[in-house]
Design a protein. Structure first.
Length: 204
């Protein structure tokens, strides 16, 4: 079972991913937590490139780099884990590229979807948890981490507002796959909401 967590920067995806993975394991689910871009050596190297604020990266090159990192992660880790009957919890997946590069960079969701379908062999999540937060609040959270701002986080408010709208549109278009969660909830309560959003999958 492939479950993905999506949302704009500062929504709390990584925090939820760690908490949810622990909660699922406590219930006896054999789950592997991976992040994007990254998870395997090649993809981690690509991650360093696309996030480097010192680099100028053309939007099309950016989209292709993310797709390449994703292709390697799927081939090296995700597919083998799924084939072995395990759950995979992914902190970001294809929807991130659709929102960030397709909508945010203006490349077109259809074009970005096509290169990712090629890269992943058409792999799709059984469920996607979308953390919804106001872009300004997400930005404040991200800045409050005390970490250096990466290349994407340095973008302006309109960029993230466009991404948030794109996520909402995707969720509305695929209500059977998406579950929208309130990212402002306390972490423990949010994990509980996430478990509830996966209840039907866990009973399969």
């Amino acid at each position: 079972m492939l479950v993905t967590i999506e949302g704009i920067d500062g929504a709390g995806k990584s925090t939820l991913a760690k908490g949810l993975a622990a909660a699922l394991r406590a219930e006896g689910v054999d789950v592997e937590l991976l992040r994007e871009p990254g998870g395997v050596e090649l993809s981690e190297r690509v991650r360093a490139l696309v996030k480097d604020p010192a680099l100028t990266v053309d939007p099309r090159a950016e989209a292709l780099l993310y797709a390449a990192a994703r292709a390697q992660l799927v081939a090296e880790r995700v597919r083998p884990l799924l084939d072995a009957g395990r759950w995979v919890l992914l902190d970001r997946f294809v929807d991130s590229s659709l929102a960030y590069q397709g909508a945010g960079r203006g490349l077109g969701v259809g074009a970005v979807r096509a290169i990712n379908d090629f890269g992943t062999g058409g792999l799709a999540p059984a469920r996607t948890l979308l953390l919804r937060i106001d872009p300004a609040a997400g930005r404040a959270r991200a800045e409050g981490r005390g970490e250096a701002t990466d290349r994407l986080e340095a973008e302006g408010e309109e960029f993230f507002a466009t991404i948030a709208r794109s996520y909402d549109e995707m969720a509305a278009a695929e209500p059977e796959r998406f579950r929208v969660l309130d990212a402002t909830l306390e972490p423990e309560r949010l994990v509980g909401e996430a478990l509830g959003a996966l209840a039907d999958l866990r009973s399969m």
